[in-house]
Design a protein around this ligand. Structure first.
Ligand code: UDP
Ligand code: MG
Length: 308
């Protein structure tokens, strides 16, 4: 018998809890898999916790964790993972029914075929507010230039993860957690399933434009070297100023003294750019050491090998 779990972060979702339970349980009954649901109440200000406790439990058992305050979805998911290490696989899913539980049988199908991560992706961003769509697309473009591990635009946190992957996630101790980045970083054999955007029926999204921006910036910083773009930009700028100076001097717009002063200025910009590039680079190197991410992760090894 395999053991599996749905991990469901919930923040101010009192209206969705019972609905979610009824919808999700339809897809969790198997002869060889024992499922339960773990709700992680992320410091909700409404009656989410009561709603969880009041679920009319039928075939699928319900467990919960309630955090001491609102920590955010990432820490909530992490708390769920840390407390599910005895499961063969887990599925992370939102409880607002924007992520259809109906995909679970297909996920399990792929799991049985040997995939370690089965993640979901929305087909398009139609239905999302236009500004949010624009910034989301921009975020993925910029992020993917400055990272060694690209993110997939539109990938959701809704995913099935094998025990091995859960273990890898937990070994990454980043305090500032960015699950999309970790997800991309860990590797493992993976498969994606696409679905259409579903609008929220009850409650409202807890993401403001500002919180999304903060999230994006935080995430960028966790798994990419994006800040190096700043000294590069200022170097290019300094170089352009230099060229213009030389040009102005050659064509007699500048006296020699003016030329020397502006020349000094552009050299200062160039020197500062190089200096800050080196400093930022060293800070990124230092971050690597501080974060103590695993140096490698093993997916498979021959049976008789004692792996570490
Ligand atoms: N959530 C959470 N903590 C938070 C914000 C959100 O646990 O601080 C949960 C929320 O209850 C939902 C999921 O994370 O189950 C996704 O949140 P939301 O629907 O607001 O995001 P969106 O679907 O708009 O991206
Ligand atoms: Mg949602």
């Amino acid at each position: 018998m395999m053991k599996a779990r749905l991990i469901i972060p919930a923040y101010n979702e009192e209206e969705n809890i019972a609905l979610f339970y009824e919808e999700a349980r339809k897809y969790l009954v198997y002869d060889d898999i024992e499922f339960d649901m773990l709700f992680v109440n992320d410091g909700s200000k409404d009656n989410t916790l009561e709603a969880i406790k009041n679920i009319e439990v039928k075939d699928i058992p319900v467990k919960y964790l309630s955090l001491s305050r609102n920590f955010g979805k990432e820490p909530a998911m992490h708390a769920g993972l840390v407390n599910s290490q005895d499961k063969d696989f887990i599925i992370i899913i939102d409880c607002d029914l924007q992520q259809p539980p109906a995909l679970i049988p297909e996920m399990i199908q792929y799991y049985r075929e040997g995939y370690k991560i089965i993640y979901t992706k929305s087909k398009s961003r139609d239905g999302e507010p236009r500004l949010r769509r624009l910034f989301a697309n921009l975020f993925y473009k910029i992020y993917n230039v400055y990272t060694e591990r690209p993110l997939i635009n539109g990938a959701k946190d809704y995913q099935l993860m094998d025990k091995q992957v859960v273990d890898a996630f937990i070994r990454i101790k980043d305090n500032n957690r960015f699950i999309k980045g970790i997800f991309s970083w860990v590797g493992f054999k993976r498969k994606s399933i696409e679905f259409d955007f579903i609008p929220r029926q009850h409650g409202k999204t807890s993401w403001s434009f500002y919180s999304l921006l903060k999230y994006a910036f935080n995430g960028m910083n966790q798994f990419s070297t994006i800040l190096l773009v700043l000294p590069v930009l200022s170097f290019v700028l300094g170089f352009m100023v230099l060229i213009v100076d030389i040009f102005l001097y050659i064509f007699d717009f500048y006296a020699l003294t003016t030329f020397i002063i502006t020349l000094h200025l552009s050299f200062i910009i160039l020197a500062l750019s190089i200096f800050s590039y080196v400093i930022i680079y060293l800070l990124y190197q230092n971050r690597k050491q501080v974060l103590q991410r695993p140096i490698y992760l093993i997916e498979e090894a021959s049976e008789d090998l004692q792996v570490e």
